[in-house]
Design a protein around this ligand. Structure first.
Ligand code: AHR
Length: 482
């Protein structure tokens, strides 16, 4: 059976079921998700390979060849039409997309395997989110519900709020009790004195909770598994529960089960469904989602244990995040745009056309290293200044050392800022495009006068994001030097 067949067998049916990796019902054959490509704005639905099976990622790979691609719809498999689409701006944060909407997730940023097949998860950076504000049959008020999600335990931060679950239909903070979601992250913004994690907690609005006491993390060690299974469920009397575990092995651990925090009973759930953001569209949290569902009714532990066993048997596994032409770790490379080479003078990065001397200067040469933030991607160390790497800060490229204090209001880690994943060149040539690890809809680009480089988003808000020449200007020839 699929996980939602298991939930149904316990009289707690899924009322919203989302996954880009596989069908959650053994009889599901409909679309799992939709991708939109940048080259012509066309869309395609990704369906399971067979009824009840894993996603047919070949449909995506073919459709997204030599173009940018984003996940535009995560379909609800329950039949309730609670599809997740681009989240609107809200009381806390207004998105970068026209109309104040959030950005979408890259379709290629979170490749994994399920039962040996390559599939893709939903990597939401800061600023990205999905929502359904016109829900059907999702619990409201004090009605009982269950929520589960399978997430990447290594992609998180401590900011507000990477959530999946039930929230306000208005995208505004409507006060305590108006949300009930899984939260995943370090939670330090609301969990006083704790900066580690990650944990599965609950976002109950105006507070992240690991128990009935504000500021207390769940009774479990941090969940550092590559694949994390998390559960939050609430009864229609004063009981709620957090359970979590390794989605690849073993059983679930109950991290909290007991009464609601003060001020959080009875609940006043609003029934919208969101992913990657907080109730008021607070979008500074980050995370990666593979599958999840909301149920009507409070699922029994033994039902959830069977759901966990089903997820373990799906065999989530890792695969390289880079798909581009091979580049050898330790080799010395330069990146040629056709207008010049990526070059640096101290921290400042520009393009320099210096082949006239017959050789590429040292300022344009970088040593290929394993990605500081992901070993299947790459970091590029300066030859002139060892220990300094190409990195992005606020979407602009610099060469910095890891202890650089460069202002990066997005508070991303240097390791992530200095990691790029390769793809076959977006212009269809045999070169490479370099995708930012932590903002994967963005690619290394030269634009305008070439006196600064950026990670650019096709059709984004800045001048350097412009659609014109986007694919050319994000495609690089790799020149190897001795
Ligand atoms: O409860 C934490 C967050 O507080 C919610 O997600 C958001 O709506 C509010 O800002």
């Amino acid at each position: 059976p699929g996980v939602c067949d298991i939930y149904a067998s316990g009289d707690t049916p899924c009322v919203a079921a989302h996954s880009t990796t596989r069908a959650l019902y053994s009889s599901y054959r409909g679309p799992l998700y939709q991708v939109t490509r940048g080259s012509d704005d066309k869309t395609v639905d990704i369906t399971p390979l067979k009824v009840g099976g894993v996603a047919n990622s070949r449909i995506q790979d073919k459709f997204c060849r030599a173009t940018t691609c984003e996940i535009s719809i995560i379909y609800d498999q329950s039949g309730n039409q609670n599809h997740l689409t681009r989240a609107p701006g809200g009381g806390a944060d207004i998105g970068e997309y026209p109309g104040g909407y959030d950005i979408l997730a890259s379709a290629v940023a979170a490749p994994v395997t399920v039962q040996g097949h390559k599939v893709y998860g939903v990597f939401t950076p800061q600023g990205a989110g999905y929502r359904c504000n016109t829900p059907t049959n999702v619990p409201v008020g004090n009605e009982a519900e269950g929520i589960y999600a399978v997430l990447d335990g290594t992609h998180y931060n401590g900011e507000c709020c990477y959530d999946y679950g039930n929230a306000e239909t208005t995208t505004n903070d409507e006060g305590k009790t108006t949300m009930e979601t899984i939260y995943f992250g370090g939670g330090n913004e609301y969990v006083d004195g704790h900066e580690a994690g990650p944990w599965v907690m609950a976002d109950l609005e105006d507070g992240l909770f690991g128990s009935d006491i504000r500021g207390k993390v769940p009774a479990q060690p941090p969940l550092n598994h590559r694949f994390v299974m998390g559960i939050v469920k609430g009864a229609n009397y004063n009981l709620w529960t957090i359970r979590a575990g390794d989605a690849s092995a073993g059983s679930l651990h109950t991290a909290y089960s007991g009464r609601r925090p003060e001020g959080y009973y009875p609940m006043n759930k609003k029934g919208a469904v969101l992913l990657g953001v907080g109730g008021d569209n607070s979008f500074r949290g980050v995370g990666t989602f593979y599958e999840g569902a909301l149920t009507a009714g409070y699922p029994r532990d033994d039902i959830e244990d069977r759901v966990q066993a089903n997820i373990v048997s799906a065999e989530y596994g890792t695969i390289s995040s880079s798909t581009g032409p091979e580049i050898e770790i330790g080799s010395r490379v330069s990146f040629d745009s056709g207008f010049g080479f990526v070059s640096h003078n101290g921290p400042n990065v520009t393009l320099l056309g210096n082949l006239s001397t017959g050789s590429v200067s040292k300022a344009s040469t970088f040593i290929v290293r394993e990605g500081n933030g992901d070993k299947t991607c790459f970091s590029f160390e300066s030859v002139v200044e060892p220990g300094h790497y190409l990195r992005q800060a606020n979407y602009t490229i610099f060469v910095d050392s890891p202890d650089s204090t460069r202002d990066s209001p997005s508070k991303n880690k240097f390791e992530e800022d200095s990691t790029f994943c390769t793809e076959p060149a977006l212009d269809g040539s045999d070169g490479v495009s370099l995708r930012s690890w932590n903002f994967p809809t963005r690619y290394l680009r030269t634009h305008g006068k070439h006196n600064s480089l950026h990670i650019a988003q096709h059709g984004g808000a800045e001048d350097w994001d412009s659609v014109k020449n986007f694919y050319d200007e994000t495609s690089w020839a790799i020149v190897e030097s001795a």
